[in-house]
Design a protein around this ligand. Structure first.
Ligand SMILES: [Zn+2]
Length: 240
């Protein structure tokens, strides 16, 4: 049996690791301090963002966006981009913004550092400037920020969730989103769920009634999440 005093250093290492993981979660995912978030609250602009595509749902989203002449930003994953090159072209041709959502749709904490480096470095517009990366689930490991900096890309979060992954109908989701939306808001939606095209249509009608114009993320433009805004995110994220 290992004497207890030999275990102490390992308990310390384990404790330090747990603290590092908690700190990464609080600083990165929940509060988002230093990441990019909503744009200026003084201009009547918002950004619609779609994660996880492209998918069989993309043509429907494209049709709704075209009907409202609204631009949007798509955070695509590498496997879905590779499976739908035609949709990637269709998105770019329609003037939408393409950004990265990773090589694997896995929380950062489940990736060892060398895989997280590949995860953060992949981008559908690799080599261009102004690259954004939205980590799956917004999840952060202790290394996520450092790796993003090394990959010359910025972490892009959101402030309003469309909750289109739930089974709630669009007619209930839309009013709740429209209540939370403010000038500068970045709205998180998904390219995949069946409810999203109808929800998008209702949101675009509602945004117009509220005098808010949808723009690309690069035109919002996103701003760094301040200490105060981070505290608000933290409270909302942990339900405090
Ligand atoms: Zn996702």
């Amino acid at each position: 049996m290992t004497p207890p005093h030999r275990l102490t250093p390992w308990i310390n290492v384990g404790g330090a690791l747990a603290l590092a993981v908690l700190a990464a979660d609080v600083l990165g995912r929940a509060a988002g301090w230093g990441a990019l978030g909503p744009g200026p609250r003084t201009r009547p602009r918002v950004a619609l963002t779609f994660d996880d595509g492209p998918s069989d749902r993309t043509p429907e989203l494209l049709a709704v966006l075209a009907r409202h002449q609204a631009p949007a930003t798509f955070f695509v994953t590498a496997p879905h981009a590779a499976a739908h090159p035609d949709l990637m072209w269709a998105l770019a041709d329609a003037g939408h913004q393409l950004e990265a959502h990773g090589l694997w749709h896995r929380p950062a904490l489940l990736l060892p550092p060398w895989l997280e480096w590949a995860q953060v470095r992949w981008h559908p517009r690799a080599g261009q400037s102004g690259l954004l990366f939205r980590p799956p689930y917004g999840g952060h490991s202790p290394l996520t920020r450092l790796l993003a900096r090394l990959a010359h890309c910025q972490i892009a979060l959101w402030d309003v969730e469309g909750r289109d992954w739930t089974s709630v109908p669009a007619s209930e989701l839309a009013p709740s989103v429209l209540r939370q939306v403010r000038p500068g808001s970045v709205i998180l939606l998904h390219d995949g769920p069946a409810v999203t095209p109808e929800l998008l249509d209702l949101l675009l009608q509602g945004l117009q009634q509220q005098g808010l114009t949808p723009v690309l993320l690069r035109d919002l433009p996103m701003q760094r999440i301040s200490f105060r805004a981070g505290l608000r995110r933290l409270r909302a994220s942990y339900g405090l």
